[in-house]
Design a protein around this ligand. Structure first.
Ligand SMILES: C[S@@+](CC[C@H](N)C(=O)[O-])C[C@H]1O[C@@H](n2cnc3c(N)ncnc32)[C@H](O)[C@@H]1O
Length: 625
């Protein structure tokens, strides 16, 4: 009997542009010829809508094409679990991934597309001496391994992007483009991204975001007061602030959560006319937006006539104005002779406060507070190693309050995590409001300026901070009986993974090989796994390729006696598969597994006889490695 072809577990991540091409194909099948977009047919279809005028608005930079092509290079890497560096590895839903973020984002794509509620990133600002990762088009993982010293360490990881390089802004844009592109795909429809930046690149970032997310999804630019004392050594102005650019996946769907009302905000409401409806504050009844019915004249109680100022319009029609006045909702001033304003009663305003765009340091912290917070949690031998760019948890907590709910298990992502203030802020916020948010932090193991005994890289600082914060939160709980009632137990843990080479052997190719070495190569390929593999490492690699979260549970099935079989369950996606990595699969095992058409079963191709392969392919969804 000839061996039936079985479906293989993918060795690489999917093409990230494929999703958009599929959507385009659904909408316009006529523009595709043999799987590719035919430019002429696209032109024919779009007719006058295609803007090919030589003078039109465009945003481009040197290297843009390669930055886009980088997205199509699949990742062949994996994420390897490191339980020894983790806390509560088997139960936690939080992740810290040490690795280069584009490779990591590509690896996360299949499992996490459309699942992240909020992304915060604090990328290099391109100040000339911060580290800009040099993407390598030909061999992305090879470059990473070289830079992080896992292969022959010739590279120097601290690759800055000096202003004199000639491609200063282009290099930064090329680095940001593919990462933001994948980030968008990971967001839920009601998700949002916050990006810290300063004047070096804010203009380019806005253009880039318009291109990737669509101009209509821009929400706001927050100004964060990062320092409060002026720097008198500044040449022109002492810079007190950073920006946080806010963009939604869809501005139609996303809404901020209102912030809790403060006594200060309530104190802005008064009741000078003893209105029985209680305290109120007043707002301008005119605006500068053109409104065809907004130019009438009104007369106040004192007999004085009023019209909007030149270029302004009433916000409401005349009949509506008269109704409001009759209902005592127009304020003409104490003597009845002022420009009319609209009364807004405290009892009628929304439950909370709409977030504002100016974030002052006393409300959300500053850089000094952020450094102090880091030093309270990580013991440095050399304070040169404390990041200058560290962000305060109070600021990140404010973002969490605006963009997540405490009780919906919202997933947060920070892929330029640095010292991991996001992990810290999530745990702090969950402790304060009994929430169950969870996070993924990604950070490259960038070497510290003065490596220490326990801390060699920025990733080490991030992990150490999270471990210390967990310890402190546990200590706070000790001896307390009246712990807040929670729907789910508090997640005081995190799982560490590291970007690594695949455990699968890759075919070295047949070119320029003599018969003997070709045979040797084929012989090696009999075993798809590289020497030294460990079951859990391989299972996580398979799980990622199959779109399972890294927090899936892996359990060895003890009731199966003749083979080692594991069950992988992803509770978030309600999916499960079973996997056996043994060299042979016993008939008794297949029987005991009791597989049905809905079950996914994965094993080595060489472990199956032709008959077993044929039967299993009929019985369940069979995939082999
Ligand atoms: C501005 S810092 C983030 C600081 C962080 N918000 C904090 O409070 O500690 C940017 C970080 O991104 C990291 N980084 C730069 N390129 C990266 C890449 N390609 N993958 C992962 N991390 C990267 C740098 O090592 C640096 O630690």
């Amino acid at each position: 009997m000839a061996r039936a072809e079985t479906q293989r577990v993918e060795r690489q991540t999917p093409d990230l542009l494929a999703e958009q091409l599929a959507a385009l194909r659904e909408l316009m099948p006529q523009i595709f010829t043999e799987g590719r977009v035919d430019g002429d047919k696209l032109r024919e279809t779009l007719g006058d809508f295609l803007d090919e005028r030589p003078e039109r608005y465009s945003f481009t930079w040197a290297g843009k094409r390669d930055a886009i092509r980088l997205l199509q290079i699949p990742s062949r890497a994996t994420l390897t679990p490191v339980p020894a560096e983790s806390v509560n590895f088997d139960t936690t839903q939080n992740l810290f991934i040490e690795g280069e973020n584009l490779e990591v984002l590509k690896l996360l794509y299949k499992a996490y597309a459309g699942r992240v509620k909020m992304i915060y990133i604090d990328p290099p600002y391109n100040t000339g001496n911060d580290f800009i990762y040099p993407d390598n088009f030909a061999d992305p993982l090879g470059r990473y391994l070289e830079l992080t010293g896992q292969k022959d360490a010739q590279g120097n990881l601290l690759t800055s992007n000096p202003e004199t390089s000639g491609r200063y802004h282009s290099a930064w844009l090329s680095m940001m483009y593919p990462r933001l592109f994948v980030a968008r795909q990971l967001l839920r429809e009601d998700g949002v991204i916050f990006i810290s930046i300063d004047d070096n690149e804010v203009h380019n970032l806005r253009c880039l975001l318009n291109e990737i997310f669509g101009e209509e999804n821009f929400i706001a630019t927050i100004i964060w007061q990062k320092v409060f004392a002026p720097k008198n050594t500044a040449k022109y102005f002492s810079e007190d602030h950073d920006y946080i650019v806010v963009v939604a996946k869809s501005a139609v769907t996303w809404l901020p959560t209102l912030l809790p009302r403060t006594a200060e905000a309530d104190a802005r409401y008064h009741n000078p006319d003893n209105d029985p409806r209680g305290t109120w504050s007043s707002s301008d009844l005119t605006a500068r937006n053109y409104y065809s019915e907004g130019l009438y004249e009104v007369t106040g109680p004192s007999g004085k006539p009023f019209k909007p100022a030149i270029g302004a319009y009433w916000r409401v029609r005349k009949d509506k104005f008269i109704d409001l006045d009759r209902d005592g909702r127009i304020w003409w001033g104490k003597d009845g002779g002022n420009m009319p304003r609209l009364k807004r009663f405290l009892s009628e305003v929304r439950e909370g406060i709409v977030p504002q765009t100016l974030w002052k340091h006393d409300e959300v912290g500053n850089t000094q507070e952020a450094k102090k917070e880091l030093l309270e949690n990580v013991r440095f031998e050399n304070t040169d190693n404390v990041l200058d760019t560290v962000k305060p948890t109070r600021m990140l907590q404010r973002l969490l309050q605006v963009a997540t709910e405490s009780d919906n298990r919202h997933l947060l992502l920070d892929f330029f995590a640095g010292s991991a203030p996001m992990g810290h802020a999530v745990m702090k916020q969950n402790r304060q409001d009994g929430g169950n948010r969870k996070y993924i932090c990604v950070q490259i193991p960038e070497s510290l300026p003065s490596p220490e005994n326990s801390l060699k890289t920025i990733a080490d600082i991030g992990k150490e901070r999270i471990r210390r914060v967990i310890k402190k939160l546990e200590q706070e709980n000790e001896g307390k009986l009246d712990l807040k009632e929670r729907a789910m137990p508090e997640d005081l843990g995190f799982k560490v993974f590291k970007l690594a080479e695949s455990h699968f052997r890759s075919w070295a190719g047949a070119e320029e090989k003599d018969g003997e070495s070709l045979l040797a190569e084929m012989e090696k390929m009999q075993d798809p796994l590289l020497p030294g593999w460990r079951p859990h490492d391989v299972i996580y690699e398979v799980a990622l390729r199959e779109g399972y979260s890294l927090t899936s549970a892996i359990e060895e099935l003890k009731d199966i006696a003749d083979n080692r079989v594991y069950r992988v369950t992803d509770p978030d996606r309600e999916q499960t598969f079973r996997i056996c990595l043994d060299d042979t699969l016993k008939d008794k095992t297949i029987k005991a597994l009791n597989l049905t058409r809905d079950d996914l079963f994965i094993c080595r191709d060489v472990a199956l006889t032709d008959e077993q392969a044929a039967n299993l392919a009929l019985q369940c969804r069979l995939k082999t490695i």
